[in-house]
Design a protein around this ligand. Sequence first.
Ligand code: SF4
Length: 391
Amino acid sequence: MTGHSRLAPSSAFRWVPCPLSVALSEEFPALKQDPSGPEGTAAHEVWNWMLDGLVPDVGTLTSERIPVTIEMIDGAWQFVDKIKSIVDPYQAMHKARFEQSLTMHGIHPLMHGTPDADLDLLEECGEYHIGDYKFGHRSVSPFENWQCTGYTFGAFERLGLSPSQIDNSKVFFHIVQPRCFHNRPASGTWETTGRDLRRLWDKMRRSADEAITLETAATPNMGPHCRDCPGRRACPTFRRNAGANIDWVNWSKPVQMDTESAGIELSYVTAALEQLKSYKDALEQQVEFELQQGGFSPHWSMQPTAGRGRDWTIDNETLFAMGDALEIDLRQPAQPITPSQAMSNREFKKKGFDSELIAEYSKPKPGSVALKPKTDTLASRVFGAKKNGMA
Ligand code: SF4
């Protein structure tokens, strides 16, 4: 079991939904290194040191000569704390395995990989834990996580568990991703059982078989995983889909839309903006609430803003005296009451100066002209609005 697996659990998020991606990525590998790769490796090295009780100084060079940053140390603490919180109640740190290779031959003979941490607490409490540390910014969900699913199979295969032991085991996937600010808290966990994982292992087995047996004739299946598929530059399905998008963009751009089409487009954009605004409002409320509770955000802080107008900081008598001394009358000249104030005054109403009378001597203030969505029926838009009760 040497070298990189053709069916690595770390890329199972891609090859399980799209078996074609295995052959295509081998034939058309990535043309440039992912810049986050060395940084991620360095971040892993830091928590490995810290598990051995060695906290490196910021700037220490890792084996690949990447300087250690404060983020790497903070993130490593989170991972180490997560592992300890699982094993410490059973004083079972000795049962934790870190970066130990596993085979998954029961899925496919070519499948093997190395989990960051696998913790066997089956004897202690019937639980098995897989821990994975992600130093990237993108959110990775532990729910039905294919990478952890593969590792769990390998762990059970290594232990030689019987079918009933597998079915009765409680399994936990922990993803610790300290730099994913979208998905807080930084540590996510999915709890399942060996019995429920069988369904995922079956799917994984079918995709693995197809990927290796059919090679470039395997089934393509597009999805978010295409973003991380090195073979996408040669993938006919990806190209066809991109082509359809280009056709659409080219078709819609050079000609000005007619008013009806523009109106429909405007409705879509307006609805999308409303959704985004509502999402922004929800995020603002959450961040504001957390900060007011004493929480911390690396990107936001509560700051005073200037209100409209100014308030006096001295009392009226002092203010008027100051004005008198300067021969300026600072007492506000009498202003007529506004129609709205008059309408809400009960005394006036009792004396007959009511809404009806006030309406006779006042008019609504003109507002600005604004574009508004139509709220009438489709029929009236097509056939025209009724006038004087007649169509
Ligand atoms: S680009 Fe997408 S559809 Fe094409 S092989 Fe890769 S993962 Fe599959």
